[in-house]
Design a protein around this ligand. Structure first.
Ligand code: ADP
Ligand code: MG
Length: 243
């Protein structure tokens, strides 16, 4: 797959296969093209060239709401919550914005939508329990900690009942102790049969969790393999130390 922004190849002829049911990590220096790669898979942007196959199905260029409904959930690098809404309402609205193409449907309050809302609410409560935040559903998003916001982002990705999740720096800005609890959450997702794709700078976390690692640098895949293979690869060491 290739994605160009003007003259810049943010993702340059990258080909990779993720392990179903495993933890697939993408690492690389800032600006390497990691988030762009996720945006391509999630349908947020269309590739300049290339093909995306999900479970054998060609999803290239499919809109993000369709991709979400096919079973690919995601978190964003920056967690944007509606600060003046409750955690539960954030999850409900977030779910709808992700899976419904028609904003008018989201805004209009028809009976069909009220039924949908009940389903969404039950789902939101369930995923909040999954991330061990069942007790904060009624708090305002503005009043919860950074670590809790990151967990809410996980819950949001899970609300669409994904079979695969794209996690963009899920432990960004959280302390080492909290990072361990995120690793636990990721294991829990895998135990539930969810395929995980993970962008993360925290190497301890990557090395202990990943089944497979792809290393990007300046839009290009410079290495891939198991944590041991990648850790000892001179090209990877050079990319990190040389930048
Ligand atoms: P990473 O997540 O690895 O830090 P990104 O995928 O965010 O890197 O960015 C890769 C490169 O593409 C960067 O040089 C960035 O400035 C550029 N880029 C990302 N998104 C856009 C965009 N929408 N328009 C123009 N350039 C972009
Ligand atoms: Mg990024």
């Amino acid at each position: 797959m290739t994605k160009r922004f003007g003259g810049l190849a943010a993702v340059n002829d990258v080909s990779v296969e993720f392990i179903k049911g495993g933890v697939n990590a993408i690492i690389g220096p800032n600006g390497a093209g990691k988030s762009t790669f996720f945006n391509l898979v999630a349908g947020a942007i269309a590739p300049t060239s290339g093909t995306i196959l999900y479970d054998g199905q060609d999803i290239t260029g499919l809109r993000s709401d369709k991709v979400a409904r096919l079973g690919i959930g995601r978190t964003f690098q920056a967690t944007n919550l509606f600060e003046q809404a409750t955690v539960l309402d954030n999850l409900i609205v977030g779910h709808r914005l992700r899976t419904q193409s028609n904003l008018l449907d989201v805004l209009l309050n028809t009976r069909r939508l009220r039924d949908e809302e009940r389903r969404c609410r039950a789902k939101a409560e369930e995923v909040l329990e999954f991330v061990e935040l069942g007790h904060i559903g009624h708090r305002l998003a503005a009043d919860i900690s950074q670590e809790e916001k990151k967990r809410v982002a996980f819950a949001m990705a899970l609300a669409t009942e994904p079979r695969m999740v794209l996690l963009d720096e899920p432990a960004g800005g959280v302390n080492p102790e909290e990072t361990k609890s995120f690793a636990g959450l990721i294991r829990k997702m895998v135990d539930h049969g969810i395929t995980v794709c993970l962008i993360e700078h925290k190497m301890d976390m990557i090395m202990s969790l990943a089944d497979k690692i792809m290393v990007l640098d300046h839009g290009e895949k410079i290495a891939e393999g198991t944590p041991d293979e990648v850790r000892n690869n001179p090209v990877v060491i050079e990319a990190y130390l040389g930048s």
